[in-house]
Structure formats: structure tokens, C-alpha cells
Design a binder for this molecule. Structure first.
Ligand code: NDP
Ligand code: MG
Length: 385
């Protein structure tokens, strides 16, 4: 029986993870769950999964949880980043699922790495902002890192477990192209948050849905892949594959390509990582190859997707530029979702912040977190002006 912590339990990845856990009460029990704004949903999850610990962001949220909790279950309630980090390091936690969105998940994921936990990482922003530091902590403390992001999970499934880089030529990360793949570039100026959040294949949280529409998500995934699999930028290629059936591919020096296929349902990669190295069943629909008419592939057009170009440039510059990329994007996406800026201004904002902010050398997580806040403040000022 494995004891599981789910950070970001009230989100989309949280839903899929808990759905699998509910199907396997003989294998998994929930040790802790965290929420941010959806305290009422956390109360419902508490009644269903009986966690020993819940984590909420503030003292007010704690009081709200106590007020709403009519379940007869009384978990310990922890608060804020300290509550998340303490829980990540608790002896009772075997598996830590990192599914908070954005750099807000960095400190707790890092705490889990330092405690040598098995980490199931959805929160790609952790690797984007602190890839080298995080991977060093994983190695130094003997943590096990398993990717939940479907592309990285696919690559992980295709690479040999021994000497994964031996004979590897490159990885090919697939991208759907998002909801605006066939819009004219001019029309992108007028698209709405509702349109951007309506992904053609995947059902996800709002921030990652907008990132998929700009393809910054693919850029973050390229950086994520670099750190996870220790690759050079030249070893990572992006290809548009609108059907999202092949989740990514690995090409070897002899010209062989291995791919992982499946429905676009996050329960597939999550179940793989939860049970690794075994496999378990879950509620996602079974894949019917005969229902497929065709699989298309095309290179991404960087004038339509400037965010992808910016991510490649930031990756080549280093960790500080990646933090600028990520933090300015988080603020710009929120600005777009709040109606403050246009869709096309997301890329413009990131590009402007990358050129304005001189990234310092960042040699600790604390320095990354301070710099991340600085970039956020500067991006807010930029948008306000
Ligand atoms: P959601 O927006 O659906 O969920 C985000 C979760 O994080 C919620 O539980 C939310 O709490 C919590 N949260 C939000 N802000 C904070 C904060 N400041 N501090 C602590 N917790 C916070 O996002 P997704 O589940 O879609 O994505 C989660 C992560 O997984 C992202 O990094 C995303 O890129 C990655 N990912 C997601 C995929 C997907 O299919 N959804 C696929 C691959 C990767 P609350 O809801 O209570 O406010
Ligand atoms: Mg992905």
C-alpha cells in the first residue's frame, strides 16, 4: 500500500489522479491533499479520500475549511508554502504528486526531492525555472522522478531504462497546435479567453490551455525535456500532430523511431507513473486503432507561434532567462484571462521582458524564487503602463 500526497488536488491533474486512486483502494491511500481557491471542493475530497492532512493557502482558507467541513473527518490542516513543504517531507508520504500550476509549486516539489521521495511531476514550471537545481537535488537525495506530462511520459516509456541516451539521436515532441492552428495570424488578435481555453483534444486547467494555444506550453515542455532527459537543444524537435494520438517519439542513430500512442486522457500517463514499473487499469476509454482515419504531422510555424521561438531562445540562454520566460508568461496569461491584454500581447510581453531584464546567475532555489517575484512585479508594471 502506497501513501500518496496530491498537491493541486482540486485541479484537472488532481481529478485524474484521484480517479485512479479511487479505482485501486488496495494499492493506494491518500495521505494529503492541497487546494488553493476551491476549499469547498477540498472538503468534498476529504469526505471521499480521508486524508490525514490537508493544505490550504491562508489562515482564512483554514477557517473556511473548518466552517464548511461537515464530513465527520478531521484532518490536520496546514497552511501555505510551509504547510506544503512540511507535507512533502513527511515520513508517511511515499509518493508526492506535484500538480500545482505555475512556479507556486516549486518550493514543495524541491522539498520532496530533498526528502528523497518518489515524485510524479506534472508541474512543468518547476523544471523550467529551476531545472538544474531541481535535478541536482533529485540525484543528491536519491529521489525518483517520474514525468506525468504526456509527452515526457511517452518519451520515458520509449527510452530504454538502462543507458537511455546510448544510441539516442533525438526526441520528437508532438504538439496539437492548439485551438487556433487554422486561424489566420491576423485573427489571433481578436480571440477570447473562452476560445483559448477550449482545447481541441485535451481538457485541462485554464493556464495550461492558454499556454497550449500560444504553444508556450510546448516551449516549456522542450525545456522540461532538456532537464528530465539531459539533452542538448539540438536533440529536441517539435512537430505538430493535430490528432494528439502519438504523444511523442524517440529517434535512434540507426533511424528507428519509437512512439507511444494512446487516447488523449491524462489517466494513461498518470497511471503509468503511479504504478511504475507495473501497469494498472483505469477508467480512460480504450484506444481503437481502427477508428483512426489518419495521423498528420507538420513543422510548427514560428510566426504563428512566437512563444515557441522565445522558449528555444531562453533555453539556450540559461536558467535565468527561463525564469523570465515563465514568470512573465504567468502574469501575461492571467492578464489575458482577466481581459487586460489581447492574446497576441502574451508573446509581445514575454519578448519585451526577456529583452529588458538582465538575468543574474541563480545558484539556489531561494534565489530563483526571489528573482521570479521580481520578474512578476516588473511584468505587472509593464502591463499596467
Ligand atoms: P488546474 O488549474 O486545473 O489546477 C491547478 C491546481 O493548483 C489546483 O489544485 C489549484 O487549486 C492549485 N493552485 C493554483 N494556484 C496555486 C498556488 N498559488 N498555490 C498552491 N496551489 C495552487 O491546472 P492543471 O491540473 O491543468 O495543471 C497543473 C499542472 O500540471 C500545471 O503545471 C500544468 O502545466 C501541468 N500539466 C497539466 C496537464 C493537464 O492535462 N491538465 C497536462 C500536463 C501537465 P484550486 O483549484 O483550489 O485553486
Ligand atoms: Mg504536455
Amino acid at each position: 500500500m502506497k501513501s500518496v500526497v496530491v498537491f493541486g488536488a482540486t485541479g484537472s491533474i488532481g481529478d485524474s489522479t484521484l480517479d485512479i486512486i479511487a479505482s485501486h483502494p488496495d494499492r493506494y491511500k491518500v495521505y494529503a491533499l492541497s487546494a488553493f481557491s476551491r476549499v469547498e471542493k477540498l472538503v468534498g475530497l476529504t469526505a471521499k479520500f480521508l486524508p490525514a492532512v490537508v493544505i490550504v493557502p491562508t489562515q482564512e482558507a483554514k477557517e473556511e475549511f473548518i466552517r464548511l467541513n461537515n464530513t465527520g473527518v478531521f484532518p490536520e490542516i496546514r497552511v501555505g508554502q510551509d504547510g506544503l513543504c512540511k507535507t512533502a517531507q513527511d515520513e508517511q508520504a511515499d509518493i508526492v504528486v506535484c500538480a500545482i500550476v505555475g512556479a507556486a509549486g516549486l518550493a514543495s516539489a524541491y522539498a520532496a526531492a530533498k526528502a528523497g521521495k518518489t515524485i510524479l511531476l506534472a508541474n512543468k514550471e518547476v523544471l523550467v525555472t529551476a531545472g538544474e537545481l531541481f535535478m541536482n537535488a533529485v540525484r543528491a537525495h536519491g529521489a525518483t522522478l517520474l514525468p506525468l506530462d504526456s509527452e515526457h511520459n511517452a518519451i520515458f516509456q520509449c527510452l530504454p531504462s538502462q543507458n537511455p541516451k546510448q544510441h539516442l539521436e533525438k526526441i520528437i515532441v508532438t504538439a496539437s497546435g492548439g485551438p487556433f492552428r487554422q486561424f489566420s495570424v491576423d485573427a489571433l488578435e481578436h480571440v477570447t479567453p473562452e476560445q483559448a481555453c477550449k482545447h481541441p483534444n485535451w481538457s485541462m486547467g485554464r493556464k495550461i490551455s492558454v499556454d497550449s494555444a500560444t504553444m508556450l506550453n510546448k516551449g516549456l515542455e522542450v525545456i522540461e525535456a532538456k532537464w528530465l532527459f539531459d539533452l542538448s537543444p539540438e536533440q529536441i524537435e517539435v512537430v505538430i500532430h493535430p490528432q494528439s494520438i502519438i504523444h511523442s517519439m524517440v529517434q535512434f542513430i540507426d533511424g528507428s523511431l519509437l512512439a507511444q500512442l494512446g487516447h488523449h486522457d491524462m489517466r494513461i500517463p498518470i497511471s503509468y507513473s503511479l504504478a511504475y514499473p507495473e501497469r494498472i487499469t483505469h477508467n480512460a476509454a480504450k484506444f481503437d486503432l481502427s477508428a483512426l482515419s489518419q495521423l498528420d504531422f507538420m513543422p510548427p510555424d514560428l510566426t504563428r507561434y512566437p512563444c515557441l521561438r522565445l522558449a528555444f531562445e531562453a533555453m539556450k540562454e540559461g536558467i535565468g532567462a527561463c525564469t523570465v520566460l515563465n514568470a512573465s508568461n504567468e502574469i501575461a496569461v492571467q492578464g489575458f484571462l482577466d481581459g487586460q491584454i489581447k492574446f497576441t500581447q502574451i508573446a509581445q510581453t514575454i519578448e519585451s521582458m526577456l529583452s529588458k531584464i538582465q538575468a543574474p546567475t541563480l545558484s539556489s532555489i531561494d534565489e530563483v524564487l526571489v528573482f521570479d517575484q521580481e520578474v512578476r512585479a516588473k511584468t505587472q508594471d509593464y502591463l499596467a503602463s
